[in-house]
Design a protein around this ligand. Sequence first.
Ligand SMILES: Cc1ncc(COP(=O)(O)O)c(C=O)c1O
Length: 498
Amino acid sequence: MSIKSKLSNLTSRAVGRVADKAVTLPGVKQRVAKEFDAMMAELEPSLKPYRGEFSSYPTLPKDGRPRDDILQEMAALQAREEAKWEEGYASGAVYHGDPAHIEFLNQVYALHSQSNPLHADLWPSANKFEAEIVAMTAHMLGAGQTDDEIVGTVSSGGTESILLAMKTYRDWARATKGITQPEMILPISAHVAFEKAAQYFNIKIVPIPLDENYRADVTAVSQAITPNSIVIVGSAPSFPHGAIDPIAEMAALAQKAGIGFHTDGCLGGFILPWAEKLGYSVPPFDFRVPGVTSMSADTHKYGYAAKGTSVILYRTRELRHYQYYTASDWPGGLYFSPTFAGSRPGALSAACWAAMVSLGEKGYMEATGRILETAVTLKQGIAAIPELRILGDPLWVIAFASDTLDIYKVMDVMAQKGWSLNGLHKPACVHIAVTLRHTRPGVAERFLHDLQEAVAAVKANPQMKGEMAPVYGMAATISARGVVNELLKRYMDLLYEI
Ligand SMILES: Cc1ncc(COP(=O)(O)O)c(C=O)c1O
């Protein structure tokens, strides 16, 4: 059983017994705390499988260990890791993964392992790499086809790019419009990083429902605009259903209202430009749409860089200035940093630059072609299973549901067969984000074969004990959400235990 399933299973057990309201009662609170302890104890063996077998350091060793010795042990630990993603068993997660590509990125990392873009005087090459990553990404996403200069920065990932953009709009709206109660107009399918930004930066979310194709409802967007609105968000495509929001219509509303529009291209930024060139039907989504004022695009997903980089782009330098941090009266001297971090791993930017330059337009085009062709095979195969239904009309992030079976049980059977798919809810469905790992010979066929078997197994035994089903049911009941969130916090505590 996967750790995720186990956690879900345990969560459902806890949630099944208590509701948020009851937890405030002292007796119940104690019982829940005890129950959580027991659950965490149950999870420990699968989360800490190396305990007892490998050396462990709750404190610094008195004398340093020989390097060879350390390397040997780390190699042994690494060899135990599951390499399921290599065989294409994971949705998303590793987007390229060919050994030669990984080796190349590792070589570049090693060359630049000491560099830190915070010290531009020491490592001007790190800034060169970042400036070019931003420029190449901007040109892929419409710079040069609009009169505006598209600018940006490199961040550590999609979440940071999104947090930065939302902070930027908050500060821009406060400075230029005097807005002190900012509101973000956010389709419910937008990535949860926007909700994180809203929490961190005190921005109110105005949620937007989806239409029958899982795209943001434009009428609802138009009705949501108030004098406190600072930004409208659209996804290209969304994480859950792979749906591309009606960016042109939404951005036009933003432009008319004089507010920002952010296209979240974290998932699609490095696919859609090539999909369009390959002749797939791609609605306008980038800076060629006049109202789009910022975009996020993740180099560490379909940009095929190592994990730890993303690009955040703005239509104007003025907007980018609201992202920057500067300090002129600190005793530590004059200080400035473009993103949230101070010191940053320049080696990741070097590896990102090298990934982009080594692939080139041709490499991205070919990779996109392979991914989209594999996605067609998968979509046809899923659609041919009578019990399943694909949500909307996705290109390569394929969500599917069932009107007759418990889709989470289908996912559980797939997990038993080795597949790591993403469970989604509201509505109940599962998705697979197709990567280059799935384009290898036989992987799509294996997926469809296993999916047919999983559906047949659940159909033959609908009463089978599900692991995900109960927890998603519980998470849907508002009364128990607080309990689920508490349990997730305890789970994170456990991750930091030795
Ligand atoms: C559409 C979208 N936006 C943002 C993110 C967040 O990216 P990250 O996990 O790199 O922070 C994701 C991640 O899957 C995504 O799919």
